[in-house]
Design a protein around this ligand. Sequence first.
Ligand code: GEK
Length: 245
Amino acid sequence: MTDSPDKDNLFSRPRPHLVDFAFDEQVARVFPDMIRRSVPGYDTVIAMLGVFASHYVTPHSRVYDLGCSQGAATLALRRHIHVPDVTLVGVDNSSAMIERCQHNIAADLSPSQVELRCEDIQDTPLENASLVALNFTLQFLPPEQRDAMIGKIARGLNAGGVLVLSEKICFDDAQQQNLFTELHHEFKRLNGYSDLEISQKRQAIENVLIPDTAEQHRQRLLRNGFSQVHCWFQCFSFASFLAVK
Ligand code: GEK
């Protein structure tokens, strides 16, 4: 085991009383390593946000990254905005994440202005948006609050604007659920997580990250103001949807 400050070894020792997972200082310290070793396809999703930005962001509009963590998606979007007078707004309610995000944004020289807000994404005013990214964050909102959040995003988007929604998903079919869970665990093992780390992380996160099925996402998006929904990416239990207002 390494003591490198950036390597995720938070769950490597047995923990007698597992507490629910939280985006605190300890998690923020290892977060870039954790998300890459835990979410299959994360780097692809981040890179493709640049394609969406290049295609959908319009001049004089706003772009939101809701649940921005340390700004990976914010930066991918910012680097591919080629139209004038766009403000990017990154929002996260973890101050440990926002501090690191601030630092990462300051080190990037792309021209679009970035405003960072440390608050609950449900409290963020959304307006004049051409693109909203909700990258692996809706899953942490209580399920009964998700419709309101999606409706609010739809109202904040201009006509033709898009939401890119990435999520861990679950499956109605038990066989598929078990198979994809096993394959996800295999992915984590190949990325150096032990069985103890995998099972302790799973227990810590199960009350905090509550996944929906792809169909639940599709129906929620359609009943709350979006006219088209396309699943453009899926790797095991991780999917991303493009929803057009
Ligand atoms: C990325 N999008 O790198 N309000 C604000 N922030 C929240 C809320 C909330 N209600 N709930 C959770 N968060 C990023 C990855 S991580 C995904 C997103 C993961 C924040 C939380 O603090 C964390 O930074 C982020 O959402 C989720 O593309 O850890 O699986």
